[in-house]
Ligand binder design. Structure first.
Ligand code: SF4
Ligand code: SF4
Length: 369
């Protein structure tokens, strides 16, 4: 990969200006309600300078320090998923004409070009999985595709993994290797900037980049290695489908169900979960209705409702279904695990249930380790 240069911190605002001149609205991380949230930004002053996160199972705390860096945290509850797979959207509308005839119309917005700043390697890995699901199957999802085509990605390598992160063990981080337009490595004095696409090359040509010094590259290498070494959680690599399905009667499923609230928070924050439900909303005049899609969760009772029967009545069945699909049958569908090691489901579970701990308890000393 080319290394075009170094962008001093005082000139980081130029990146937003170059993106805006190129026609992009900029979305970036901000500190909101004590967490990192992605929203439209107009200035680098809105980025979370000095913010550091202390994340543990069921607990997220932000601290604002005097340090200059914008990206000294790992992730927030969401990143790319809601920008591409909308939490709630109208897919089509139907209206009744004067003679009673029905007219259907698709509802696909034309999104404005959007540059997302601060994307992490786990987000890029999750995006590849969502692309597989929404774009590369037998039918492409036009609502997802429209937003995907409008996206430009400015990735940042992680230097501060959370206690809940384990992307190194799933092979999805903490370094971003592919799938971005620009990649940043943050130092106190500025950013090493590398292009990852033709668009990225063009953007680099418009930035006031300086030659990168050897000592700056050395600091970047050290920070990357330190980020890998800082991760203590692990998940067994490879296809766990047989190992998990063979243990469908394991007592641990009932034990975890005693703590699990079946709230679905883990699935809402997970960047790879894509379960959804659809329903029609009729207008009160009876002349039109909208067909709406919204995020659902395999932890809801309705998600396994089929012809008068809830298939997964008990919480232990729902937790088992989520874990076995995510780490097992996902391999059969998409050729890899559905977990990219971001740790969000651990941090944002209100009772601190830890996917790594649960897998370890179910598999025991099985030789899949
Ligand atoms: S299962 Fe948990 S750790 Fe894995 S990708 Fe989803 S939220 Fe992240
Ligand atoms: S594992 Fe945690 S976040 Fe997921 S449904 Fe159970 S209580 Fe909610």
């Amino acid at each position: 990969m080319d290394i075009p240069g170094f962008l001093p911190r005082q000139q980081f605002g130029e990146l937003l200006q170059v993106l805006e001149r190129s026609g992009y609205r900029c979305v970036g991380p901000v500190l909101r309600d004590g967490a990192i949230a992605y929203t439209e930004i107009a200035s680098v002053n809105e980025l979370p300078a000095g913010v550091m996160m202390q994340t543990r199972p069921g607990s997220v705390r932000a601290t604002v320090t005097q340090l200059p860096r914008y990206f000294s945290w790992a992730n927030g509850p969401q990143a790319l998923k809601p920008l591409l797979f909308s939490p709630r959207e109208t897919l089509w509308q139907v209206s009744r004409g004067d003679q009673g005839q029905l007219a259907f119309s698709e509802s696909i917005d034309t999104p404005s070009p959007t540059a997302v700043i601060g994307v992490r390697s786990c987000d890029l890995a999750a995006l590849r999985l969502q692309d597989q699901h929404f774009l590369q199957g037998e039918y492409s999802d036009p609502w997802y595709a429209a937003r995907r085509n409008s996206l430009l990605l400015v990735a940042v390598n992680c230097t501060h993994p959370d206690e809940t992160c384990f992307c190194a063990s799933t092979g999805d981080g903490p370094d971003a290797e592919t799938g971005f337009d620009l990649l940043l490595d943050e130092l106190d004095s500025g950013f090493v900037v590398r292009p990852g696409s033709e668009v990225g090359n063009r953007l680099c040509a418009d930035l006031p980049l300086q030659p990168v010094r050897a000592d700056q590259l050395l600091k970047v290498d050290h920070a990357r290695q330190a980020a890998r070494d800082a991760q203590t959680r692990t998940l067994p690599a490879g296809d766990l489908c047989d190992a998990l399905t063979e243990r469908h009667a394991h007592p641990r499923w009932a034990e975890v169900a005693e703590r699990c609230l079946s709230c679905g928070s883990c699935t809402q924050v997970c960047p790879t979960c894509f379960c959804n439900s659809e329903h029609d909303e009729a207008r009160l005049d009876g002349a039109s209705s909208e067909h709406v899609r919204q995020w659902d969760s395999c932890f809801t009772e309705g998600h396994s409702y089929i012809h008068g029967l809830v298939v997964r009545k008990e919480v232990r069945h729902r937790y088992r279904q989520w874990l076995t699909h995510k780490l097992g049958t996902w391999h059969r569908q998409y050729g890899r695990s559905g977990c990219v090691g971001c740790g969000r489901c651990i941090a944002w579970c209100p009772v601190g249930i830890d996917i790594c701990e649960e897998v370890s308890a179910v598999l025991g000393d099985s030789d899949v380790y």
